[in-house]
Design a protein around this ligand. Structure first.
Ligand code: MG
Length: 181
């Protein structure tokens, strides 16, 4: 469907779209979430690089996959907004950390980051409920479930890295396993 977005200073309220308009608050929060998902992709890519230079190729592979998934999350928000007749104005993405102390430190940071994202998704869901935006709630259901999965998998790896401790054989075993993702 053609949308009148060319050279329009305002994102919403200008078009003659026949679609039910989105509430501004939900639209803006979803637009903002694109940035957070892209930052996640950026963060995990940085982590992948640091694992790769440490020759932990299984961990690196896991992080690369994770990074790609985050790009898909960003696209889900981007496409959902377009489906609703909205074109998200993309925001600047900040630089992720470059250096990490250890595999455990890396995954602890990944877990902390996912907890933060869970909070954002939950807040977005609550906003969609307050604003009575049913399509957004249905769409966000997927993300609520996904965040449970994200926290579960990061927690599992953190706990196994804690078990491995200083044992490099245990670390390499886990590396081999994550390489199969
Ligand atoms: Mg995500």
């Amino acid at each position: 469907m053609a949308r009148k977005i060319w050279c329009q200073p305002e994102r919403s309220g200008m078009s003659e779209s026949a679609q039910t308009p989105m509430k501004g608050a939900v639209r803006d929060a979803m637009g903002e979430q694109i940035k957070h998902e892209l930052y996640s992709a950026y963060l995990y890519l940085s982590m992948a690089g640091s694992f790769e230079v440490a020759n932990l190729t299984g961990f690196a592979h896991w992080m690369r996959r994770q990074s790609r998934e985050e790009l898909e999350h960003a696209m889900k928000f981007f496409d959902f907004l377009l489906d609703r007749g909205e074109h998200a104005e993309l925001q600047a993405i900040e630089a992720p950390p470059y250096a990490f102390r250890s595999p455990l430190d890396t995954f602890e940071q990944a877990l902390e980051h996912e907890k933060e994202i869970t909070g954002r998704i939950n807040a977005l869901y609550e906003l969609a409920v307050r604003e009575g935006d049913l399509p957004a709630q249905v769409m966000l259901n997927w993300f609520v479930t996904e965040q449970v999965e994200e926290e579960k998998s990061a927690t599992e790896i953190v706990e196994r890295l804690r078990m491995a401790g200083e044992d490099s054989a245990a670390l390499l075993l886990l590396d081999g396993e994550l390489g199969k993702r």
